[in-house]
Design a protein around this ligand. Structure first.
Ligand code: KIV
Ligand code: ZN
Length: 531
């Protein structure tokens, strides 16, 4: 690889999965891993194998599936963690073990209760142990950005001597300012004698909204691996967003001495949508690169400018990130062939038989309700259908009565999929949506605690479909649901019933399943060691 070719290390499946409410099952992880590989990611960090049997299996399955990308498993500097991670990635074509140990004073004193010397010793032993199992070993001094630079340099030098091929410098808590972070990387290049024997990576969190800026500043200082996630998901405020880092490098090469990545940028949009769908984490409309508004021009002056010459107000070509130009696509008279073709253009890789069996019918129903079907409608429809969980309960219909000053009442009818038996019940609530949720709970016997409810229109106009995304708490877990309909009450009912079906599926040991895919194993997650 040339000196200017950056390694893209994607941690959507590990740090990204640490986003509250974002856990993915095995099938979903494999689907995301496939998409990451197609996107051109160099290394996929697939999970933290010691944390649970499911995490271990997921890393192993990704390792077996990966053709081109390397696959990394995370491990604390503990022998059992390292051995487990090495075992999980063993079948990858390019296996990597990623060992981490905190080095900052605050972590040494309060979390680890260890002195510098012991940290140094453990780091070296951890790397040596990993090295005995795999050739490609990455070490991360956790909370590096708050570590005393001279101690950090000592650790980096020692782990490279012990065999680390990549040393990652994490801004674990998003504390760094881009200038300071650049200076830290420059300091390491000046003070670590053997630094050219390893790749220097960076991993920045977004607590102060600096993750992408700090990552790019580090590239200017010589870092050659960027650790990122799709849509910037990750612990707390998330990680540096892959799409933003990649497009900054591509759009402003002169600012980064021509450094580039192997990412196929035209797959950024489909990959972003996939990750949003499987994690249930919506992408903000104004999110750079992949947000819905990223290429929308509202002001007349801007729209006029773009029509005359696109580059007046667009610094990136929407097609370069996978956004089709045409927005108006299909209608009531569109046939199967047109529908399949549009799905392919939107980045959905589905078998024709699945398109016919699962999506064409709902598309026709939607076309009956809505004259014009836009790209976003099609994406919403496919994404809703694909994350279908085994449906214990189906919504047959509902009726809502509400009046100013009155008590909203909802009557809901559900069908039990296994028996075809229909049940109707009614409930009152604080509002019509609440009444529907209560009626659903009465029929199914599943009581949930709503933690978040958001509604937005999928496209513009009076006929637009409404998308409801919600999160519920079930004990310690957060589950997310999504429903789309031209009727927002129906979208709400579908989203809530989706979560109820998910809960029932979990209780029965059945996880969500996309069409014509194998049923994944049951998820039995234990508490994760803190990273
Ligand atoms: O944020 C962090 O420090 C991490 C490490 C495990 C690299 O995620
Ligand atoms: Zn992290």
């Amino acid at each position: 690889m040339s000196d200017n070719r950056l390694i893209v290390f994607d941690t959507t499946l590990r740090d990204g999965e640490q986003s509250p409410g974002a856990s993915m099952n095995l099938t979903e992880k494999l689907e995301v891993a496939r998409a990451l590989e197609l996107l051109g990611v160099d290394v996929i960090e697939a999970g933290f194998p010691i944390t649970s049997p499911d995490d271990f299996e997921a890393v192993r399955a990704v390792a077996r599936q990966a053709r081109r990308s390397g696959v990394a498993g995370l491990a604390r500097c503990v022998p059992e963690d390292i051995d487990r991670a090495a075992e999980a990635v063993a079948e990858a074509r390019r296996p990597r073990v990623h060992v981490f140990l905190a080095t900052s004073k605050i972590h040494r004193k309060f979390k680890l209760r260890k002195a510098r010397g012991e940290i140094l010793r453990l780091a070296v032993e951890g790397v040596r142990r990993a090295k005995a199992a795999v050739a490609d070993v990455q070490f991360s001094p956790e909370d590096a950005a708050r570590t005393e630079p001279e101690f950090l340099a000592q650790v980096v030098e020692a782990v490279i001597d012990a065999g680390a091929t990549t040393v990652n410098i994490p801004d674990t808590v998003g504390w760094a300012m881009p200038e300071g972070f650049r200076a830290l990387i420059e300091y390491l290049f000046e003070h670590v004698a053997n630094i050219r024997r390893a790749v220097i990576a960076v991993h920045c969190h977004d607590d102060l909204g600096m993750a992408v800026a700090s990552t790019l500043a580090a590239v200017q200082a010589g870092a050659r691996q960027v650790e990122v996630t799709i849509n910037g998901i990750g612990e707390r405020a998330g990680n540096a967003a892959l799409e933003e880092v990649v497009m900054a490098l591509k759009t402003r090469p002169e600012a980064f001495s021509g450094c580039d990545t192997g990412i196929r940028t035209e797959l950024l949009h489909p990959t972003s949508r996939l990750v949003s769908r499987v994690t249930g984490l919506a992408v903000a409309r104004n999110k750079a690169v992949v947000g819905e508004n990223a290429f929308a021009h509202e002001s007349g002056i801007h729209a006029d400018g773009v029509l005359k010459e696109r580059t007046t107000y667009e610094i990136m070509d929407p097609r370069a990130v996978g956004l089709a130009k045409s927005q108006l696509v299909l209608g009531k008279h569109s046939g199967r062939h047109q529908f399949r073709q549009r799905l392919r253009e939107l980045g959905f890789r589905l078998a024709d038989k699945d398109v016919d069996a699962f999506f064409f019918g709902p598309f026709k129903e939607l076309a009956d309700r809505k004259k014009e079907i836009f790209d976003a409608d099609i994406a919403a429809l496919v994404e809703t259908e694909t994350v279908r969980v085994p449906e214990t309960w189906r919504l047959c219909g509902f009726q809502v009565a509400t009046a100013t000053g009155g008590m909203p009442t909802a009557t809901v009818e559900l069908e039990e999929a296994a028996t075809g038996r229909r049940t109707r019940d009614a409930a009152t609530g604080d509002g019509p949506v609440d009444a529907i949720f209560r009626a659903l709970e009465r029929i199914t016997g599943v009581a949930l605690k709503l933690a978040d409810y958001q509604i937005r229109s999928v496209t513009a106009g009076k006929e637009a479909q409404g998308e409801v995304r919600l999160e519920v708490r079930l004990g310690e877990r957060t589950l997310s649901g999504r429903g789309v309909s031209t009727d927002i009450l129906e979208a709400s009912a579908k989203a809530y019933l989706g979560v109820i079906n998910r809960v029932v599926a979990r209780r029965n040991g059945k996880a969500p399943r996309p069409p014509s895919r194998r049923r994944p194993r049951r998820r039995t997650r234990t508490a994760k060691p803190s990273t």
